[in-house]
Write a protein that binds this ligand. Structure first.
Ligand code: ADP
Ligand code: MG
Length: 224
């Protein structure tokens, strides 16, 4: 059942901890299923470990989910997930997604139910944490090229008052377009930046795994 909160005469759909738990489990399943593909992408322009890194990171989240009390709030799911990624992934993607989820979790502290607006705002702060840590800007062929448009799509959907299914479909599509757009780019950050023009023609692995993360969110909501 999708929860709603009513304010005045407006009823809003809300996210709860159960959605975020399901999101993390679907991410773990996607990374396990796609790890060879992600590693192939990283073999072309990096060091062939992105699939292994993401699979290890999200599997670690999945196993720690069982240890979270049933009463855990949305923020606690996100904080645990970020900490698990930081502690289990050696590559750049672990700390980057780790700070994103932790920053998003921090701003949602205390809430049982999270509106689309609040969630989009939290992910925006998560994106800021990624750019603070990794210093990548749009167009530098990193996960930011998928994450930034997805967060923007969520913020726009919240401003329009879209329902959550529309909002997460839009975020997924925006991430996908963003990841596709990384193919013609020259990398300016991360290992792919050592390749210069030779990175042209390959999608950035971190941008592609970001698409899987937003696809998982869309499914997590639809299956609720
Ligand atoms: P590593 O590069 O350490 O082997 P991964 O292969 O797991 O780690 O992750 C690579 C991905 O991390 C890249 O495809 C890119 O999307 C992302 N990435 C690397 N460096 C940065 C950075 N400075 N800012 C944002 N994203 C980055
Ligand atoms: Mg790598």
């Amino acid at each position: 059942m999708h929860a709603r909160i009513t304010m005045g005469n407006v009823t809003m759909q809300t996210l709860e901890a159960s959605h975020l738990r399901r999101w993390m489990m679907l991410c773990a399943a996607a990374m396990t299923q796609q790890h060879e593909y992600l590693t192939q992408l990283d073999a072309a322009i990096g060091d062939a470990d992105h699939g292994t890194n993401m699979m290890r990171g999200f599997s670690s989240i999945e196993s720690r989910l069982e240890g979270l009390p049933a009463t855990a709030r949305p923020s606690e799911v996100l904080l645990m997930a970020g900490t698990a990624l930081m502690g289990s992934v050696g590559g750049a993607s672990g700390p980057l997604w780790g700070v994103a989820l932790r920053r998003a979790g921090k701003v949602l502290e205390g809430l049982e139910q999270v509106s689309l607006e609040a969630f989009a705002g939290a992910l925006k702060l998560g994106l800021e944490a990624v750019t603070e840590l990794g210093a990548a800007e749009l167009g530098e062929k990193t996960m930011v090229d998928a994450l930034e448009p997805a967060v923007r799509a969520l913020l726009e959907a919240a401003a329009r008052g879209d329902d959550l299914a529309e909002a997460f479909a839009a975020a997924h599509q925006a991430a996908e377009a963003g990841a596709r757009n990384t193919a013609p780019m020259v990398a300016r950050k991360g290992r792919a930046s050592y390749l210069g023009d030779r990175a042209i023609g390959h999608q950035d692995p971190g941008a592609v795994s970001t698409v899987f993360i937003f696809a998982a969110f869309e499914r997590a909501w639809l299956e609720a």
